[in-house]
Design a protein around this ligand. Structure first.
Ligand code: F3S
Length: 639
C-alpha cells in the first residue's frame, strides 16, 4: 500500500495501538523541547517522577519567552532551568539565544524523527521532515521520562503544491491561503502533509514558516518531505549526517486533499483578530499603520530578516512608523551582521530587539491604543499584543516591508521593483548552547522564592456536585483562560500565585468565585481552549477548584491538558443545551467516577434537577488518569 509520509513516521515510532482512524496510539518520542514559560512546570513535573536522567535521544530546555528580567523571578527561573538541565541531562539554551523552534530546527532536528514540544508551534520542525507536535508540559515531561506520547491516530490532509511563488509573495501567503480556506478549525484531527512539484521551490526556512502556522489550523502537526533542499540546509548547519531522504510513496492517498498553485497566490493578511480572517492586502490599503514588527518563531528567520533588509536598503520608513525587528535566533542575527544587512536595516530606521519571543507573547512592543500593527507573527488573538483593543494584522515580511515604507497596509508588488534572490546565509554559528555533563548526579538544583512545588491534586470523587462559576462563548482561547504578558508569565512556576489571574479579562472575580463554590464548573461554546498548549490554562483553574468543563467542543491540546490535570472535559450531546446553563446553577453528576471507569460515553447531569445529556470522549487510559486526579498521580501510582 502506498503510504503518506506522516504514516511512515508514525509506523516507525508506534509502540501502542494500531494505525486506524479514531484509535488511540502511543508514539515513541525521539526529541523534546521545552521553553521557559511552560518549562519550569515541566521541570517540576519531571523532577516529581524521580528519575536520574532523561530517556530521549535529545531534550532541550530553551529560555526564550520570558527574558526581560524586570525582577528576580525571570533570572531565578532561568537559573533553576539551567540547573535542572545539568542535573537530568538536557541541553540548555540561555536567554538571548533565540526562539526554541528556530533553534531546534537549526541545531537538533532531523528528518523522520518525532519531536514533542511544550509549545503549540512545535510543528515548525515539520519543515525539516520531522513529525513535530505541540503538547502540554506534562506530556513532554512524561516523554522525557521515556513514556510514549498518546494521541488519536490522525487523518492526513494532503496539500499538493504546484507552480512557483511569484516575486513578493512568500511562505506566509501559503499558510494564510490555507487558513482562509479551512479556518482555525480546519486542521483539527489532521496532520497536514505538503507534497507535489511545488515543494522543491521552497527553502527549508519557508517550509518551516508554513508548518509553524499549521498550529493555527488546529492541526496535530504539519510535515514537508525531506529532499535535496533539506540535505543542503543540514549540510550548511554542519549536520549533514542527520539527513535522510523521506517522502510519501507515489500514489499515497490522503483523507482530504487541497491543491495550491503557488503561482496563483498573492500577498495576504490575517485581519484582526483571528489568523483565519484572511484578505488580499490590495483590499486593505485604507488601513493606516503605526507599527510593524518582523520577528517570532514563524517570522524571524534569516530569510525573513534579509527580505526586510534588502527591501529597505537606502530607503526611509514612513513618518511616525515604528519598525521593530526581533530576530528568531542568534544565528540569524549573526548572519545579517556578517553580510552587512543589519546595517542596511539600522540605516533605514529599524529598531532592533534581542533574539527571543518578546512582542509575540505580549512581552513588550504593545501597540498604541487604537493603532494598527502589522506583524510577521503566527497569531493575533485579541489583546495578546498587550493592548486590550489591539488591531493586529499578520503578514509575511514582504508585506511588512512595503507597509513600513508606505505607512499603510501595502501590496509589495506595487511598492517595489523586481525582487532579487536572497544570498546564501553566511556560515556563522554563534549559539551559546550548553551541553549537559556526562553525569549530573552531583548537580545541585537551584530554586528561587518564586518556585512553588507542584500542587497536590486529589483523585476524582464518586459523586460530583458543582456550581457553574462562569459561562463563556465560542472560540475561547487559552489567552482568555490564562493570560500571558510580562506580569503573569514570571508566575508560571508558582501555581497558587498565577491562578489569581485565571479568566481575569472575562471576569476579574473568577478566581474568588471558583474557590468559593469549589468544586466549580465552567461552561463554554465551540472550540473551547484553542490557541496554545498552555497547560496552566488547565492546571490553574483546577487549583482553584474547577473540576468540570462543559462545552460544545474542545480544542485538541487543551482537552488533553484538562485530562492531564484531572478536569472532566464534557461535551453537550445536544449543543442547544448550552443555552440551558447559567452561572450559579448546580450540576449534579452522581456516580461519575464509576461511570467513567466503566467506559460510559454518555453521562446524564442534573442541572437544577433537570437532566442534561453530556458526552465524555476519552480513551480507557484517559479515564484512568481522570479518576486518579491527573496524569502525574496516574504515573506515580504505576511506579
Ligand atoms: Fe514565541 Fe510567539 Fe513563537 S511566543 S514560540 S514567537 S508564537
Amino acid at each position: 500500500m502506498a503510504k503518506t509520509l506522516a504514516r511512515k513516521i508514525i509506523e516507525e515510532h508506534l509502540v501502542e495501538g494500531r494505525c486506524q482512524p479514531g484509535e488511540e496510539i502511543g508514539l515513541r518520542i525521539d526529541q523534546t523541547l521545552t521553553q521557559d514559560a511552560t518549562g519550569t512546570l515541566a521541570a517540576l513535573e519531571f523532577e516529581a517522577l524521580g528519575l536520574e536522567r532523561v530517556r530521549t535521544e535529545v531534550s532541550v530546555s530553551y529560555v526564550d519567552h520570558n527574558i526581560l528580567q524586570s525582577d528576580f523571578k525571570n533570572p531565578d527561573d532561568h537559573r533553576f532551568l539551567r540547573s535542572i538541565a545539568a542535573r537530568y541531562g538536557l541541553w540548555f539554551s540561555p536567554p538571548g539565544n533565540g526562539i526554541c523552534h528556530q533553534l531546534h530546527m537549526l541545531n537538533f532536528g532531523r528528518p523522520g524523527a518525532t519531536l514533542l514540544g511544550s509549545d503549540s508551534h512545535t510543528p515548525h520542525g515539520g519543515g525539516l521532515g520531522m513529525l513535530a507536535m505541540g503538547a502540554g508540559g506534562l506530556d513532554v515531561a512524561a516523554a522525557m521520562a521515556g513514556q510514549p506520547f498518546f494521541l488519536t491516530y490522525p487523518k492526513v490532509l494532503g496539500v499538493r503544491l504546484s507552480g512557483k511563488l511569484s516575486p513578493w509573495v512568500g511562505a506566509k501567503d501559503v499558510i494564510l491561503e490555507l487558513l482562509r480556506r479551512l479556518s482555525v478549525k480546519g486542521g483539527l484531527g489532521y496532520v497536514v502533509e505538503y507534497h507535489g512539484p511545488g515543494v522543491t521551490g521552497l527553502s527549508v526556512l519557508q517550509r518551516a514558516a508554513i508548518t509553524n502556522m499549521g498550529a493555527e489550523l488546529g492541526a496535530t502537526s504539519s510535515v514537508f518531505p525531506s529532499d535535496e533542499k533539506t540535505k543542503a540546509f543540514l549540510t550548511a548547519q554542519g549536520r549533514a549526517d542527520a539527513w535522510r531522504e523521506m517522502s510519501a510513496d507515489d500514489g499515497a492517498v490522503y483523507d482530504k486533499l487541497e491543491e495550491i498553485d503557488l503561482a496563483a497566490l498573492e500577498p495576504l493578511a490575517a485581519c484582526p483578530s483571528s489568523p483565519d480572517a484572511v484578505r488580499p492586502v490590495r483590499e486593505l490599503a485604507e488601513v493606516a499603520v503605526e507599527q510593524v514588527i518582523v520577528g517570532s518563531c514563524g517570522g524571524g528567520s534569516y530569510e525573513d530578516l534579509m527580505t526586510i533588509a534588502m527591501a529597505l536598503k537606502g530607503k526611509a520608513l514612513a513618518p511616525g512608523l515604528n519598525l521593530s525587528v526581533n530576530p528568531g535566533s542568534r544565528q540569524a542575527l549573526a548572519q545579517v551582521t556578517a553580510n552587512g544587512a543589519l546595517l542596511d536595516m539600522l540605516e533605514a530606521g529599524v529598531r532592533l530587539h534581542q533574539a527571543g519571543c518578546l512582542g509575540c507573547i505580549g512581552m513588550s512592543q504593545a501597540p498604541a491604543t487604537g493603532a494598527a500593527s502589522v506583524r510577521t507573527f503566527p497569531r493575533n488573538f485579541p489583546g495578546r499584543s498587550g493592548t486590550k483593543d489591539d488591531r493586529v494584522y499578520l503578514t509575511g515580511p514582504e508585506v511588512a516591508a512595503a507597509t513600513a515604507l508606505a505607512g499603510h497596509l501595502a501590496d509589495p508588488r506595487q511598492v517595489f521593483g523586481p525582487q532579487e534572490p536572497i544570498p546564501p546565509a553566511p556560515a556563522v554559528r554563534p549559539e551559546a548552547l550548553v551541553a549537559p555533563p556526562a553525569d549530573g548526579a552531583g548537580v545541585a538544583i537551584v530554586r528561587g522564592p518564586n518556585i512553588a512545588p507542584f500542587p497536590q491534586l486529589p483523585p476524582l470523587a464518586d459523586d460530583l456536585v458543582c456550581t457553574v462559576a462562569l459561562k463563556v462563548g465560542d472560540n475561547i482561547t487559552t489567552d482568555h483562560i490564562m493570560p500571558a504578558g510580562s506580569k503573569i508569565l514570571p508566575l508560571r512556576s508558582n501555581v497558587p500565585a498565577i491562578s489569581q489571574f485565571v479568566f481575569n479579562a472575562v471576569d476579574p472575580d473568577f478566581p474568588a468565585k471558583a474557590q468559593a463554590c469549589a468544586p466549580a464548573a465552567v461552561v463554554g461554546g465551540d472550540n473551547y481552549g484553542q490557541g496554545s498548549s498552555r497547560e496552566h490554562a488547565a492546571l490553574a483553574p483546577r487549583y482553584l477548584g474547577v473540576q468540570v468543563k462543559l462545552a460544545k467542543s474542545f480544542a485538541r491540546i487543551h482537552k488533553a491538558n484538562l485530562i492531564n490535570f484531572g478536569v472532566l472535559p464534557l461535551v453537550f450531546a445536544d449543543p442547544a443545551d448550552y443555552d440551558r446553563l447559567d452561572e450559579g446553577q448546580r450540576i449534579e453528576l452522581r456516580g461519575v467516577k464509576r461511570a467513567l471507569l466503566e467506559g460510559a460515553e454518555n453521562l446524564t447531569a442534573l442541572v437544577d434537577g433537570q437532566p442534561v445529556e453530556l458526552r465524555l470522549e476519552a480513551s480507557p487510559r484517559d479515564r484512568q488518569i481522570l479518576a486518579a486526579g491527573g496524569r502525574l498521580n496516574h504515573i506515580k501510582n504505576a511506579l
